[in-house]
Design a protein around this ligand. Structure first.
Ligand code: ATP
Ligand code: MG
Length: 349
């Protein structure tokens, strides 16, 4: 029966040697089941967790020592195929124990973390996060408008103004969230359309800084662009979104003071770096800030956690890169590059 199961199944003994593998394991990893029998799992498949650290290599997961635990929680594990390539999988399974509760082995079920499955799970994740994010501004819009309608006569102008400002602000939040979601779906399905034109990055940055100043009156940015900075062939709206997010993030999570926006020309590409003088981001969080919905726990309200994910997508859609470096206690720099296209070539393509 186990041969008919479409998912790859591996059974390991107490020493983490493979004692059973079904044909689906070969489809997934290229290893023939017969060759796997008796082999130490960590040696042939080199399983690694999300953080890149080896798993099943000499010790069991913490939960294995708890006698009452039978099921392994689903984990994302990367294994090495027979041809040396890596494969991302989702692994579930159950522990096998003797009558005294001692571990005798484990049965693992591996599934390729293919794009479709990945998108399906991120779809559910998006719906639940977004429903929550949309509800709070809408609740406030509904609350204030009802109040205004029911008590119009009894409210003074200042109160009315405050409520309308709040409604206006929350409506912006909803609009922005929806725009972000549309961007994500376009980026993920490759349907993002860039309306490219010649853009002066220095002018764009200075316009953005003026706009952000309306919200952060104490914003103090030093913008420095080298003389004769070449124009880039890019979508100005998308670049505005990227730079705005970087500058706003620096204001919100670092400090509006002592910020620097610096343009650089480097061979066949240009770069723009936004540096702040905030607390910095610890190494362990740094790569995560680019993932969907990631927000650091920093004891103050944050946004939706989509800005940097989208910004990186938008920069990459232009053929550039967006990276972050940070020194704790000194600040963080987000730097993106854009290729300098040969304009004649670009216009022809
Ligand atoms: P959104 O941009 O969608 O409104 P957000 O600002 O929370 O929401 P991102 O822009 O993706 O989302 O940023 C993700 C997280 O990274 C932030 O919540 C914050 O914790 C952290 N972060 C971003 N920029 C900085 C910075 N300059 N200094 C310190 N932490 C930062
Ligand atoms: Mg942001």
């Amino acid at each position: 029966m186990i041969d008919l199961i479409p998912d790859a199944i591996l059974r390991l003994d107490a020493d983490r040697r493979i004692v059973l593998a079904n044909p689906a394991v070969e489809r997934l990893t290229g290893h023939r089941p017969a060759d796997l029998l008796g082999a130490v799992c960590a040696e042939v498949l080199a399983p690694r967790g999300r953080d890149g650290h080896p798993v099943l290599d000499g010790t069991w997961h913490r939960s294995a020592s708890m006698r009452s635990v039978r099921l392994l929680p689903e984990q994302e594990i990367t294994v090495t195929r027979v041809d040396g390539t890596d494969l991302r999988t989702y692994v579930t399974g159950c522990y096998e124990r003797d009558d005294d509760g001692r571990l005798t082995g484990v049965v693992l079920v591996l599934r390729a973390a293919g794009e479709r499955q990945h998108q399906a799970s991120s779809g559910i994740e998006i719906v639940s996060t977004v429903s929550h994010e949309l509800r709070s501004p809408l609740t406030s819009v509904k609350g204030y408008t009802s109040l205004l309608l029911n008590r119009w006569e009894r409210l003074n102008d200042d109160q009315k103004k405050m409520m309308l400002e709040q409604v206006n602000h929350d409506a912006d939040r909803v609009t922005r969230l929806i725009t972000e979601l549309l961007d994500i779906s376009r980026l993920e399905t490759g349907r993002l359309v860039l309306r490219r034109q010649l853009v002066d990055l220095g002018d764009l940055a200075s316009t953005i800084i003026d706009k952000v100043k309306m919200e952060y009156a104490d914003l103090d940015v030093e913008l420095s662009m080298p003389a004769a900075f070449p124009r880039v062939y890019a979508d100005p709206d998308k670049l505005e979104q990227v730079i705005t997010n970087l500058v706003e993030n620096a204001c919100k999570y670092a400090s509006p003071q002592g910020m620097r926006v610096v343009g650089e020309v480097d061979g066949d590409e240009v770069a723009m770096a936004v540096s702040d003088q905030g607390e910095g981001i610890p190494d362990s969080d740094l790569p995560k800030v680019f993932t969907k919905f990631f927000r650091r726990d920093m004891g103050k309200p944050t946004g939706t956690g989509l800005g940097l994910f989208i910004s990186r997508g938008l920069v990459e859609a232009h053929g550039g890169r967006l990276v972050a470096t940070s020194v704790l206690g000194q600040g963080t720099t987000f730097r993106f590059t854009l290729p300098l296209l040969d304009l004649d070539e670009a216009l022809q393509s």
